[in-house]
Design a protein around this ligand. Structure first.
Ligand code: C2E
Ligand code: MG
Ligand code: MG
Length: 725
């Protein structure tokens, strides 16, 4: 419902106002009007401030401000300039004033006395207009209101669209992340798998339909301890996440390492709703790390350790050698005339040679040694933990160096081309950690240059005395090999007697008369023969000669009861066919096995004790007797004595030598004799030189003797003449 139209009557005469009001009320029944009145211009202006008038009926002639002036004012003000004004006048009814009235904004000019019909007609017209305006205004306002809410809806829609876009964007990012290289597995709070991505399948081998609804235990390799798993879940529950490396089992059964992050997803109430595991197979990364390590520490061409790793290991070996009081050796190798191979056949061939050199070196050394390539054609071999005296160590090292030299000097076949090359090798030994790694390499390098100067393809030691020792040993070994060929040995016999001082047999002792050196002591050449395996030929010769002698003695009544003791070295004893060899020889010479006594030393116990004992039993089975030589000088002999099927123990000459002067030696000899008695083993004392030693030994219970006191080892003729004395 529209409100009534407001009509303002302005007249300085109240009676005029009243008359107009009555006219409107009386004649204008039903008009939706509300009448306001003002008796002056300023009063009228004031009313316009608070009301919107549909029509102003304005008297022209008024004191203070006439109708024209008021109309002027109303036309100027924005809220009043549209109000229709009808001038009412009796005096100013001429054309001029009417025109003035229109100019000042009037819509009509009624002259008094006012015809009520005309007035009402006019009022009706303007009231209708006002009413229509009001309806229009209401409609406009409604439209405006709609517009405003439309605008708001629009804005809301726009905002929602933006959020939607952002959500879509972040979903797209999440989807990309979800399907990125890392495996993702989402489980619900009950540990049931609810979602996995494509990478999960790649890494685990399981497709999503195979695992959805299952417990992640399906991936478990059981490589982690229960404690580890418990700790992991405690972390997830306490801190909300855990990360680390675990081993899982692929569908095909192989185990693989993976790096995993488990995160607990919580709802607004703080309750865990899901667990998200993100993981990556670290096999490749571990492999890459190894590859990096390989690149950093190994030579790419030969795959041997490089200088860096070598120096590292040398540092460790130096400390270890000092701790264990062992020696170590550095071999510096340089291939002879390598440059000319590179220049003539090209670097490809040079590389092929270096690869082959590296392979041959690896073949020559033990697993625990280090073969490294320094660069170019320079190689280093690090031999650690060499036991023995300085002289023994230099000999062992010389043997290894020689093995390497000879292996690297053998012809090479490079892409079908036969190529000859050789190395020059410099050797430097270390002990006590008294030389730095750097100086050791320098020493070996210097020695290598000496090898080059000596004509290449040879080995030189940095230490000149060592070099001399190695050389003299090498020359002795050379002569020994010739001695085997030329049969330069003799067998001497040293008598063995019982307590009645009657000969019961002899020990056969080898003698070597070298044309240039003269007599060489067995203590000098037997160790060299043992190291070079020449001992096998020498040993065979001794056994044959001894058996031949036993055969000869068997034919003579005076000698047929004599036993002959033969020294057997470890290498001989270790031969697989040793027992058969003895059997064959005994058969060949038709010798009574009980007359042959094999002297073994405790060193045969070093390698395989049970095998050694078994072999001794085999020897006993064929009838030969066994004697344990140099007893007391070796290992913890007494403890295993009862296990060995020995017939005799030989008390070492070192105890016998000191027996009369040193109480300790006397006690030792007594203990040996007492224990041997318990085990029912005979005892013979060797190295008896004096009457005093003999009587003391007899007092202590020793029943058999050997030594210079009776006779030195002598040739057979001399020995036999001894028997007749
Ligand atoms: P061995 O088997 O302990 O031999 C005893 C050594 O003591 C012999 O030295 C002998 O001459 C020496 N000897 C004997 N009585 C006395 C004495 O009263 N005083 C002193 N000071 N020495 C005495 P030889 O002949 O020089 O032999 C040394 C070692 O060489 C032997 O020690 C043995 O281990 C080894 N040997 C000798 N001949 C052979 C052999 O044919 N084969 C093997 N494998 N080794 C042998
Ligand atoms: Mg002996
Ligand atoms: Mg001995």
């Amino acid at each position: 419902m529209t409100e009534k139209s407001k009509i303002l009557i302005v007249d300085d005469k109240k009676e005029n106002i009243l008359a107009l009001e009555l006219t409107i009320i009386d004649h204008g029944q039903g008009l939706p009007v509300e009448i306001f009145t003002a008796t002056s211009g300023p009063q009228a202006l004031k009313l316009t401030l608070h009301h919107d008038f549909a029509l102003i009926l304005l008297d022209v002639q008024m004191p203070e401000m006439d109708g024209f002036e008021l109309a002027e004012f109303l036309r100027v003000k924005k809220n009043t300039q549209q109000i229709p004004i009808i001038f009412l006048s009796a005096v100013y009814s001429s054309e001029y004033y009417i025109m003035k009235g229109f100019e000042s904004g009037a819509v009509d000019f009624l002259t008094k006395p006012i015809n009520p019909n005309i007035l009402l007609n006019k009022i009706q017209t303007f009231t209708q207009l006002d009413q229509q305006n009001k309806v229009l205004e209401q409609q406009r306002q409604r439209i405006e209101k709609h517009n405003r809410s439309l605008k708001q809806i629009n804005k809301k829609l726009h905002d929602q669209q933006c959020t939607l876009k952002e959500n879509i964007e972040s979903l797209r990012v999440l989807a990309t992340v979800f399907e990125s290289g890392d495996g993702i597995m989402i489980t619900n709070a009950d540990s049931k798998i609810i979602q996995v991505n494509a990478a999960f399948q790649d890494i685990t081998g399981y497709s999503s339909h195979e695992v959805i609804g299952k417990n992640p235990r399906i991936l478990n390799s059981n490589r982690q301890s229960n404690m580890f798993m418990e700790h992991m879940w405690v972390q997830v529950l306490k801190k909300g996440s855990w990360s680390g490396e675990v081993w899982d089992k692929h569908k095909d059964g192989h185990l693989y390492p993976k790096h995993m992050i488990i995160t607990a997803v919580k709802n607004t109430k703080g309750l865990t709703t899901e667990y998200v595991s993100i993981f990556s197979d670290t096999t490749k990364r571990n492999r890459a790390e190894q590859e990096i390590k390989k690149l950093a520490f190994y030579d790419t061409l030969t795959s041997l350790p490089n200088r860096r790793l070598l120096m590292d290991r040398l540092g460790v070996d130096l400390l270890a050698s000092a701790r264990c009081n062992h020696y170590g050796a550095v071999l510096f190798l340089d291939m002879d005339k390598f440059k000319s191979l590179n220049d003539t056949l090209g670097h490809d061939f040079g590389d092929l040679l270096l690869i082959e050199v590296a392979n041959r070196i690896k073949f020559c050394v033990r697993e625990e040694d280090t073969a490294a390539r320094l660069g170019g054609d320079e190689f280093i071999i690090l031999i650690n933990n060499i036991e023995g005296t300085k002289s023994a160590v230099s000999h062992k090292t010389a043997l290894i160096a020689e093995k390497v030299r000879s292996s690297l000097s053998a012809p090479y076949l490079l892409r079908g081309i036969k190529y000859l090359s050789s190395p020059s090798i410099g050797v430097s030994l270390y002990h006590d950690n008294n030389v730095s790694s750097f100086d050791l390499l320098k020493q070996a390098d210097l020695a290598m240059y000496q090898a080059k100067e000596a004509g290449r393809n040879c080995v030189r030691f940095f230490d000149p005395t060592m070099q001399l020792e190695v050389e003299s040993r090498a020359s002795l070994e050379n002569d020994l090999a010739l001695a085997v060929l030329n049969k330069q040995f003799n067998l001497y016999y040293q008598v063995q007697l019982n307590s009645e001082q009657q000969p019961i047999g002899a020990e056969a002792l080898i003698r070597w008369n070298q044309p240039l050196r003269g007599e060489v002591s067995p203590t000098d050449f037997i160790p060299i023969a043992e190291a070079s395996l020449l001992i096998l030929d020498i040993g065979d010769w001794v056994l044959e000669t001894a058996c031949q002698q036993l055969q000869l003695w068997s034919k003579n009544e005076q000698t047929s009861h004599l036993t002959l003791a033969v020294n057997v070295s470890v290498k001989q004893f270790q031969q697989a066919n040793f027992v058969k060899k003895i059997t064959d020889i005994l058969l060949r010479f038709n010798v009574d096995a009980s007359l042959l006594k094999l002297e073994l030393t405790e060193s045969i116990m070093v390698e395989n004790i049970s095998l050694g004992i078994a072999k001794m039993h085999d020897l006993k089975a064929i009838g030969v007797s066994l004697s344990l030589d140099d007893f007391g000088t070796g290992y913890s002999s007494l403890s295993y004595l009862n296990q060995l099927p020995m017939d005799q123990i030989k008390i070492d000459k070192s105890f016998v030598r000191d027996i009369s002067s040193d109480k300790h030696s006397e006690m030792m000899v007594k203990a040996i004799i007492d224990i041997a008695k318990i085990f029912d083993i005979c005892v013979i004392a060797e190295g008896v030189e004096t009457e005093a030693q003999l009587s003391l030994l007899k007092q202590l219970g020793c029943k058999e003797f050997q030594g210079f006191y009776f006779s030195k080892p002598v040739p057979i003729e001399q020995f036999e003449s001894l028997l007749t004395c």
